[in-house]
Design a protein around this ligand. Sequence first.
Ligand code: ADP
Ligand code: MG
Length: 247
Amino acid sequence: MVDSVPLLEVSALGKMFGALRALDDVSIAVNRGTFHGLIGPNGSGKSTLLKAIAGAHFPTTGTIRFHRKDITNWAPYQRARAGLSLKFQITAVLRELSVYDNVLLALQSHESPWSLVLSRTRRRLDSQIMQALDRFRLADRADELAGKLSHGEQQWLEIAMALAPGPKLLLLDEPTGGMSPEERRMTGELLLPVKAECSLVIVEHDLDFIKNICDHLTVLDQGRVLCDGTVREIEESPEIQRVYTSR
Ligand code: ADP
Ligand code: MG
């Protein structure tokens, strides 16, 4: 049976930083099997919204429901264990560790400490790590130091780290920042097959990239939802023409 309740429901979310209203009455719904793009000018609240969903910021008002559960007050690790995974805007791979160990570290927080001594757990983790690396064309580089990877490959490693635990919803904040056009095109190609098992909320500046991979878009402006709909609906909306041509 198809579940008609959205995987993620953000309702009337507000976030104040002192006197600054970073999010104002923001509501979005993300369905299973959907890639959902968040766009909008700099400072419009995109990263704040992703962080609020992941639990890195607690909202001032509003609620967040994931898998029908109210997770508004859950700690980040509880959200991660429930199937939410976030890659931040700033690259955070550990350059002095191998590519393999970076993914291992990302996975370990999902395991109970005592289970890590079992050889069957280690075999399962090894297969999860190699699958995640293979997906992002990094399996051959598993033993190299992460610092030896190019900037684009480090971004892919981070996506592999976020995907390795098998999340139900992946949150990506500008994953193609600083990439070459070819790496950007490849990122879209590598992400699309993920849709079979995991939904995505992605922040991106590159409109062509986001239109190619997303089904649904939300446009934020000054912390508010300016418009929300399918890629086609948003492309034809007069509000987006106004925001993107007036700045
Ligand atoms: P975007 O990702 O769309 O560029 P952000 O969500 O990063 O925008 O920021 C939205 C607004 O909130 C901006 O005015 C920004 O300066 C402010 N802001 C973001 N994070 C913080 C913070 N930790 N403390 C204070 N202000 C913040
Ligand atoms: Mg941002």
